[in-house]
Write a protein that binds this ligand. Structure first.
Ligand code: DON
Length: 304
């Protein structure tokens, strides 16, 4: 077996002092105070073995990474009926782009751009009695970790400034692709985005995507076919207008968030998560992408 601890140590050492680390997101004011020098990596093998380096135990705002978890719960509840309300094509546009939504009559290109994730939030608001509690319960169960929580200050901060998401939600409503009231759906959407986890917790929550829908506690959450589809959407849409670049450099299905986290996986093999809060111009973690490129290159482990 490869010496994975040595591999992630050397990647961490190589990148931890890099000067050009990108910019911490400031459009959500509460996120703008995070120290850009945080940097952690956690690797979990399918066998359950763990390897960690740096700030891998510090919780951070997972933001759009939550969109994979909300999609998973909605897919479990609704099955393929989901795809009547959104598509599964990469958008090639930024995550908050509005014009495409209007051009395509209120059908979001995919569930990971903001408009698609807002439709998923709407589905969960319709399906669940207590959406915030039940979603949190689902995530805690997936990760087998009852300490995972929302950060209400981050949710409030985004609620106060998230005008583009309000614009997207009203546009969806005007095309009859939102069943519930905009405020109710966005309140839930901002809460989901405010979930906090550390790198290790993220690898626990995403273990099922590397293990055909079965979590570490041996419980089956999603079918093999649903997992195949979610992984395919992560590969083609997980990094928005940089999905091609992530496939090209890293070669794994994955998902980023503007909190600077990335989680990626190789089915049957491993889940890996990085956290470095500085973002590149496309809103993805700059050092995280470099670390994952180095990991799949050094280990020769990618889907390609
Ligand atoms: O809706 C937003 O803009 C944020 N709550 C999430 C965006 C995000 O994480 C994009 N990912 N890189």
């Amino acid at each position: 077996m490869q010496d994975f601890q040595q591999v992630i140590n050397s990647i961490h050492k190589q990148l931890k002092d890099e000067i050009n680390r990108g910019l911490v997101a400031n459009y959500i004011p509460e996120l703008s105070h995070i120290d850009v020098n945080n940097f952690g990596i956690h690797l979990k093998l399918i066998s359950g073995e763990n390897f960690s380096v740096g700030d891998s135990q510090v919780p951070f705002s997972i933001q759009s990474i939550s969109k994979v978890l909300s999609l998973s719960l909605a897919f479990q509840l609704q099955g393929n009926a989901l795809w009547k309300r959104m598509d599964v094509e990469p958008s090639g546009d930024p995550f908050n782009q509005l014009s495409l939504l209007e051009l395509e009559n209120g059908i979001p290109r995919n569930p990971f751009i903001n408009s698609g994730a807002i439709v998923i939030a709407d589905i969960l608001v319709s399906q669940l009695k207590n959406p915030k509690e039940e979603f949190l319960h689902f995530v805690r169960d997936l990760a087998n970790d009852q300490t995972i929580t929302y950060n209400p200050a981050v949710a409030a901060s985004e609620k106060a400034t998230g005008y583009t998401n309000y614009a997207a939600a009203y546009l969806l409503k005007s095309y009859q692709n939102l069943e519930n009231e905009v405020d109710k759906v966005l309140d839930f959407y901002f809460y989901m985005c405010s979930l906090e986890m550390n790198c290790e917790q993220l690898t626990n929550a995403f273990y099922i995507f590397a293990n055909h829908g079965v979590c570490q506690q041996n419980k089956t959450w999603l079918t093999t076919s649903q997992i195949k589809r979610i992984n395919a959407i992560m590969l083609t849409c997980g990094f928005y207008d940089e999905a091609g670049e992530f496939a090209f450099e890293v070669g794994l299905p994955g998902k980023s968030g503007v909190g600077g986290g990335i989680v990626a996986l190789l089915p049957n093999n491993f889940v890996i998560s990085t956290w470095s809060p500085g973002l590149n111009p496309r809103g993805n973690s700059k050092i995280g992408m470099q670390a994952l490129e180095a990991f799949t290159t050094k280990t020769k482990l990618s889907i390609f």
